[in-house]
Design a binder for this molecule. Structure first.
Ligand code: SF4
Length: 418
């Protein structure tokens, strides 16, 4: 029945219709309500995490103070099976796989991120993202640089793929080397920050191109730079009049929230506006430490967004993705993008079908707050840019008259008059 034909109804009758509709709406998410408490966030597993933290500190000979010190976390990254086996119970065969795959693709995991692992095997989303698995070397599908970044670098340390914005790659270092990393070709054997002279050249390029209004500092991980270096770089960018906003690309909020210190926040506070994009891929990564770090950054004036990567075995499930987005909103990090995993050498086991991504988007839009609905993106090969992909909501159109398909799959004719 159309609402216009319901004018004659009494208030009571209208309430009855509203109650029926409310029941129908609740039914739309019944499947999610059934499973949501079984999908754990990092807040839900704190007993286990604290036990593991204690064990890791014992093995590494560290203190609570050490744990909260990001430099200690970096210096004590777990990066060999001898150390890993002192903490987690793995088989000889598993250790051999980690060793042999790790020779080809370097690995290192912060003690903090390791404490979030519930099971030391590839069914665990934390393990799968951080520890080498056989799948990395059994399929050679993909290329080292699917984005053709080498061909979009008009100046040292710069990647430019868009008209008004660009990236400065400041380091190859990360708190952890993610197994799905699109830039794993840059990880190499040693951690190196770009020398100041190279960054000067990058800044010169930005100064000479007044159409650049948005600069993303990334790597590697932008927050692997020292506070002094960040202070200098953000300060230089801040002096360039046409640079309206600065962004930092970092996964430290996920893998090393201890990096968010009062000292770092005082730098962030000096150079607004600063947007920070991070990469949470599973609800278990959202922990009390993350909540605290996010709170500090927000108080320093930063705006926080999440760019998840759609990863088979980690988050290729509409319910997991919904729970992740809800958990992020609770700590004031706005879900921004879901990236389809790129076809990078050694990562094909993470790649899902596009249909799986569309199904996730279908189950988000309308089923939950718009704030919890990021944009699903396929990065066009060769650096041709982010391309949004979404379910089809316009079934027919002549420009003014369209047939819409709503989130509940109702078909509705919509006429525009102008
Ligand atoms: S933090 Fe980012 S750049 Fe570093 S390894 Fe992970 S995905 Fe790659």
């Amino acid at each position: 029945m159309e609402f216009s034909s319901k004018k004659e109804l009494t208030t009571e009758e209208k309430r009855k219709i509203a109650l029926e509709r409310a029941k129908e709406l609740r039914g739309r998410i019944e499947d999610y309500l059934q499973v949501k408490d079984k999908i754990f966030t990092g807040f839900d597993i704190q007993d286990k995490v604290q036990q593991q933290k204690k064990r890791i500190l014992e093995v590494l000979g560290g203190t609570e103070e050490n744990w909260n010190d990001w430099k200690w976390q970096i210096a004590n990254r777990i990066k060999d099976t001898e150390m890993f086996r002192k903490i987690f119970d793995i088989s000889d065969e598993q250790a051999e796989i980690i060793d042999s795959v790790g020779k080809k693709f370097r690995w290192a995991i912060s003690p903090y991120y390791a404490s979030l692992m519930l099971e030391p095997n590839d069914k665990d989303p934390i393990y799968l993202q951080s520890i080498p698995t056989m799948a990395e070397i059994t399929d050679n599908y993909g290329v080292d640089d699917p984005m053709g970044e080498e061909f979009t670098s008009p100046a040292p340390a710069i990647t430019r793929r868009y008209p008004d914005r660009l990236i400065i790659n400041v380091t190859n270092q990360c708190a952890m080397y993610c197994r799905h990393c699109q830039r794993r070709r840059n990880i190499g054997e040693i951690d190196t920050h770009k020398p100041k002279e190279v960054l000067q050249e990058a800044l010169d390029y930005i100064r000479a191109n007044p159409e650049i209004r948005d600069v993303l500092i990334t790597g590697g991980d932008a927050l692997m730079l020292s506070n002094n270096m960040l202070d200098w770089l953000l300060g230089e960018l801040d002096k360039i009049e046409h640079v309206e906003i600065k962004r930092l690309g970092t996964r430290t909020l996920v893998t090393l929230p201890q990096r968010i210190t009062p000292g770092l926040c005082s730098i962030i506070e000096k150079y607004p506006p600063i947007y920070i994009n991070t990469q949470f891929n599973h609800p278990r990564e959202v922990t009390p430490e993350v909540g605290k770090a996010a709170d500090m950054l927000i108080k320093a004036g930063a705006v926080l967004g999440n760019q998840a990567v759609l990863l088979k075995g980690v988050n290729n499930d509409p319910n997991v993705m919904k729970k992740l987005n809800h958990a992020l909103l609770k700590v004031r990090i706005r879900p921004y993008y879901i990236f389809h995993a790129k076809q990078v050498t050694g990562t094909s086991h993470f790649i899902t079908s596009v249909d799986e991504g569309l199904e996730i988007m279908e189950k988000l839009r309308g089923y939950t707050s718009g704030l919890a609905v990021p944009t699903y993106i396929i990065n066009a090969p060769q650096g041709y840019g982010k391309t949004p992909v979404l379910p089809q909501y316009i079934l027919e159109s002549d420009g003014n008259k369209v047939k819409l398909r709503t989130w509940e799959k109702r078909e509705i004719d919509y006429q525009v008059r102008h």
